[in-house]
Structures are given as structure tokens and as C-alpha cells.
Design a protein around this ligand. Sequence first.
Ligand SMILES: *Cc1c(COP(=O)(O)O)cnc(C)c1O
Length: 353
Amino acid sequence: MQDLTKLWSRGIAEMAPYVPGEQPQGGGWIKLNTNENPYPPSPQAVAAMTRAVQERLPLYPDPQSLELRQVLSRRFRVPVESTFVGNGSDEVLAMAFRAFFQREGDILFPDVTYSFYPVYARFWGIPFRAIPLREDFSIAAEDYAGPAAGIIFPNPNAPTAAPLALAQVEALAAAHPDCVVLVDEAYVDFGAESAVPLLERYPNVLVCQTFSKSWALAGLRVGFALGHPTLISGLERVRDSFNSYTLDRVAQAGAAAALQDEAWFQKTCGRIMATRERFVAGLKRLGIDVLPSAANFVFAAHPTLSSRELLEALRARKILIRAFKGPRLERHARITIGTDNEMDAVLKALEEL
Ligand SMILES: *Cc1c(COP(=O)(O)O)cnc(C)c1O
């Protein structure tokens, strides 16, 4: 048999792609492995998407996603020119790496963080330095001193769920006026402080958020960035150089309608945070170490089982969580916050173990 990988371009064989969390087929799973929202999206978003499907699908969508960006502009009190949307924040991040980080020198991000960052960096040929988290798994702004081609971190961090105070984010932005400081706020709505108020004073800050977690629309694939219009036009140049229609009509309509249902958003986020506090208390009662969480997941260490063993034991009970490798992480598991019933089932399983 002939080796057809010889048909690949240079570099494809050496790639180490990101591996997304398992999406099990069939029912009956308690799915706490990819930080999705356990509640449905706003009914208004569902209605808007149904209308979009029925109305104008033969026509291309608005390549500028103007209506959605106007809603973003109003909600976050930034000019429309300061908004950018993409097919999930993963795509926005990939474009941001190309638009801002392919420069002289290394970009910096935490050593324990979203594992897509090193994948994007290698994909675009961007050298990077991973800055170790402190002993308590926190990010310390002063560890990022010195020259940098760019800085990126999630706030709260993933998978630790630890928030970074706004003053620390500001310190990073102030210390690095000559590169983009990208704050990935995928989980910010569950209890961290957003960097959006910094945008007016720090043109080098880019904030990225997503509809996948707090807005319960992971299946729709919508993410967005907020920042100085010059940063936004850098992103638009990248986008329009390979796909000008990244958001379809259904996605634009659904995201815009969801954003306008603040009551639904507040109610579901509030529920998840309340469940998280109950679950954390339950874990502590069982003697399981858990870091304070400002996200819709917790980072917990079982006293005797490795996270791999814990994952297998829970998997046998049809509960999915995420395990980690590496010397500092092998005891830590990441568990998404689901409904109260789902988390009670996890606590019960842990008690049996
Ligand atoms: C989930 C997640 C994203 C990606 O979200 P999508 O909008 O679904 O692509 C980005 N960053 C972090 C840290 C995440 O956990």
C-alpha cells in the first residue's frame, strides 16, 4: 500500500492538533467534560433561529454581521467598530494569533492553561514561552515582565477556574503597551471581572468572549472580540483573506436574540453559580481538595485516585469528566457544573468510591 501522506503539504505530518473533549453518542450520560451549559438557550434565541431558517437561507449572510455587532455594541457599551465576531471564539483566537502574535519574539501564556494556545502558536509558526503558574495555581502579572510579542491567558483560567483580579490584568496591559494582551473571557460571566472597562484606556487589550458557555449556545458556534478599531481591522484582514462568511444567518440571528434576553442569561448563570457553591461544599465534605472557582467548572484533586482513575470510575457510572496529565496535574480533574440533580449524582458516585 502506497503512503498517501506524501500528498500532504509540508508540516502537516508534524502537526499536533487539539483533541476536543468526547461528545458521546446515545443518551443517559451526565456530561460534565466540556463545560457546556446544562440549561437550554433563551427561547427568544430559539424563535429567532427558527425565523432565520424559514426566511432567507438561499441568500448569503451579512459578511459584517452588523446586526449582531450592533447588539454587542449596546450591551458592552463599545463602538460597533470595536466588535468582531467569529465561528466560535476558537476561530477568533486563531485569527488573533495570526493578526497580532506573528512578530519578532516569543508570545507568553501560562504553562497550565487552555491547551489550544500552543496548538495555534505551532500552527502559525509563533514561538512561545509558557510561564509557570504559582504554587497555588495562580497567575502573577509580575511573572510576565520583560519583552513579549504578545500575551494571552483565560480569565478565569482554564482548567484551574481561578480568576485574575482586574488590577492584575491592568498591570499586564500597562507593562506591555507594545504588544496585544489578549484576555480570553470564555468563563467570565460565572464570577470573574471583565477587562472590557480597560478598553478605553488600553488600546493594546483585546477581550474575547463566547456564546458557548454562559449563553448556552455551544452548538451554534459564535464567539466575539472587543477591542480598539485598529485591532478589529487587523482581525478583519485575516478573516477576509480566507473566509468572509464565517457566521451563517442562523448563528447571527440566534446570538443577537440571546444577547437581548438578559433576564434568561442572569437566571441561568445565577443557577449555575449556586449549584457550584453547593457542589464545592459537597466535595469538601468528602475530603476532596477543590480550588475556589469563578467558572462553570471546578478543578478538584481526589486524595487517593489519580484524575485518570477518577475519570474511569465515573465513566463506568455514565458520568463524563476531564482528566489531566503532567506532574502538577495528574491528581486534578475538571468537572463541569451541571444541574443540581447531575451534581448530586456525582457526589453520590464519589461517596461510593
Ligand atoms: C470553551 C473555550 C473557548 C472556545 O469557545 P468556543 O467559542 O466554543 O470556540 C475558548 N477559550 C477557552 C478558555 C475555553 O474554555
